[in-house]
Design a protein around this ligand. Structure first.
Ligand code: SF4
Length: 602
């Protein structure tokens, strides 16, 4: 064990900021992070053991106990449950002879649930020793477990091999389908890598690049919608010895998978966009923060980066431009939805728990390692290349006045053609449903659990920042779905699990509201319960970061648009009751099942 850990430490120069990489390597090589390894890390990185343990305890894919020779993480999202999660789960349990959350006595198989892993267009899906398995069926599960008992390597359990390390794209596509259904300026095939770097940056100043970005009126594609050109300008003007470009590829919103597809189909566009940003803000270092669920892309993406270096599109004096040095490395998360929030992501990049920072200061002034930093989404960087290629004015002809350009949607659920669609902003929901072959629709979840659940009366609405804003997740529910039990309750459990635990509002009120929802689902609700849910939502909305501020949305938006479903479950003869004991519920919420809060800080 010691030799393995020392070797890993050597690789990262015993840099405590690389703790995430170090822990990931230990977890992968030893199957868990033993106590002795923690002691060794603390001694070599100049940290306390508690600090190392705090980081480990925050992330879903780290464990201080062995998780089995084959660690199986089955996706337990609302969409997975629509397409056979229950029967796949039961089959894993009966074949392995254990329940989820357990490891078999012989240490061969460990079964664990995980939140949405970005495969909503091909559920049920699981991660087994960092490899992705999609479209699971009970038959396939039986085969997989049989092969595990025969001692086969994980690659052999898959339908296709992972390739030989040279041009891995075909094998990558055979493992996970890209399902690109509609192409536009990002997903189209009309761009030759390096054109912008070689023909535009060589003639433009950094200020001119920022001016084009501002002129395009592009807003960040991650969901928050901050003007990208302005962000780049603020960062360029901020004082610092060094500046950083961070690509946020931590898409964890249930139902979202567009970044997975962009990184599979157009990674060079994203990397070139990061280089363009580096040129604009005066940075020589970029980091792609990639969610651990996409670790199966590691060799492929490194191959793309290497190819770009060979073509002098990364490295020193890129395209012969004096002083333009820029390179990119990939950093992985380890399973924490909140790390999609930019300041939590920065904490994670620095090897800490992914707890959101107080703002201000904003990352453009004080970001990664305290230096000016821009954090942009995968799609934003890809779009930036097209803006600099064609000009900001060209870009404004797509979309609407307040939402220019195109948007890549991840569409899943009850439709004929789930997948990725690039559309102009301003597209309406009705057209989208026709486009994807959704004939009978009860509801659409726009923007994932933190977004809005809408019914047919609102299908005329359009996608855009002034109407239905979305980071890209669209989940369609047919009439056969139980919206409150299978969707709203599932989303609330997701927020409980994913809260970082810092704020008492977020830590407790998600649980208290879920208890109340469960009471209603059990037929014990009364009219005043609905009023309570409405008013408690306001308390939750006062939380520190976007996760807590939007965690009540599944209940609030379903109460607004599907109130009849709640009312149908209420006891008819009672408006008020004493049956719900708030104090007991808050007390029960202290049996909090999410992350253990960092009591060092609170
Ligand atoms: Fe953490 Fe929730 Fe507070 Fe955000 S709102 S900082 S996720 S506890």
């Amino acid at each position: 064990m010691k030799d393995t850990v020392k070797q890993i430490l050597k690789q990262y120069g015993s840099d405590r900021n690389r703790l995430m990489d170090i822990l990931i390597d230990i977890q992968e090589q030893l199957g868990y992070i033993p106590k002795d390894a923690i002691d060794l890390l603390a001694a070599n990185l100049g940290m306390s053991q508690v600090d190392v343990e705090q980081t480990i305890s925050f992330y879903h894919f780290f464990s201080t106990k062995p998780r089995g020779k084959y660690a199986i993480y089955l996706n337990d999202s609302a969409v997975a449950r629509m397409f056979g999660y229950d029967s796949v789960k039961r089959t894993f349990e009966s074949e392995a002879g254990i329940k989820f959350g357990q490891v078999s006595d012989d240490g061969l198989i460990g079964l664990f649930n995980t939140a949405c892993m970005g495969m909503s267009d091909q559920e049920p899906a699981a991660i087994i020793n960092n490899k992705v398995f999609t479209r699971l069926t009970p038959y396939r599960v039986r085969e997989i477990v049989k092969h595990m008992r025969e001692g086969k390597a994980v690659e052999e359990l898959m339908n296709e091999s992972y390739g030989d390390g040279k041009n891995q794209l075909p094998s990558l596509r055979s493992i996970v389908s890209s399902n690109v259904r509609r192409k536009g300026m990002i997903l189209g095939d009309d761009y030759e890598m390096g054109t912008v770097t070689k023909t535009r940056l060589t003639k433009m100043s950094p200020e001119a690049v920022i001016a084009e970005m501002k002129h395009s009126h592009i807003r960040g594609r991650g969901g928050a919608g901050f003007p990208t050109g302005l962000k780049w300008e603020f960062c360029r003007r901020s004082k610092g010895d060094k500046r950083y470009v961070i690509c946020n590829a931590d898409e964890g919103e249930p139902g979202t998978f567009k970044d997975r597809v962009i990184l599979t189909e157009k990674p060079e566009l994203v990397f070139e966009g990061m280089a363009v940003a580096g040129y604009a803000i005066g940075s020589d270092e970029g980091i792609l923060y990639l969610r651990y669920e996409y670790r199966y892309m590691k060799d492929y993406l490194n191959e793309v980066l290497e190819n770009m270096r060979k073509q002098n599109l990364l490295g020193k004096e890129i395209a012969g431009i004096e002083g333009f040095d820029f390179d990119i490395r990939i950093q992985y998360g380890a399973g924490a939805y909140v790390c999609g929030e930019e300041s939590a992501l920065l904490e994670s990049l620095e090897g800490k728990r992914g707890e959101p920072r107080d703002k201000p200061p904003f990352p453009v002034e004080k970001g990664y390692l305290g230096m000016p930093t821009i954090v942009n989404n995968v799609e934003t960087f890809g779009t930036a290349v097209k803006i600099v290629l064609n000009g900001g004015e060209w870009f404004t002809q797509f979309g609407t006045e307040d939402s220019t350009g195109t948007k890549i949607l991840s569409i899943s659920g009850d439709c004929m053609f789930p997948g990725v669609y690039e559309v102009d902003w301003g597209f309406n929901v009705e057209d989208m449903l026709d486009m994807v072959g959704a004939w009978e629709v009860q509801a659409v979840q726009v923007g994932g659990p933190s977004g809005t659940l809408i019914g047919s009366k609102e299908f005329h609405r359009t996608l855009g920042y002034s109407d239905l804003s979305t980071g890209g997740s669209m989940i369609i529910f047919g009439p056969q779905r139980n919206l409150l039990k299978d969707v709203v309750l599932n989303f609330m459990h997701f927020f409980i699990e994913e809260s970082c635990g810092s704020c008492s509002t977020c830590r407790n009120m998600t649980q208290v509201m879920t208890n109340k929802l469960t009471k209603i689902l059990n037929g014990k609700g009364v009219k005043s319960d609905l009023d309570d849910l409405q008013s408690w939502a306001k308390t939750l909305q006062a939380s520190r970061c976007g996760l807590g501020q939007t965690a009540a949305n599944p209940i609030v938006s379903s109460l607004k648009n599907f109130r009849h479903l709640y009312e149908a479950l209420l006891q008819k003869d009672k408006d008020f009751d004493q049956g719900f004991d708030m104090e007991a519920s808050v007390q029960a919420s202290c049996n909090y099942v999410g992350r253990v809060p960092n009591f060092n800080h609170h």
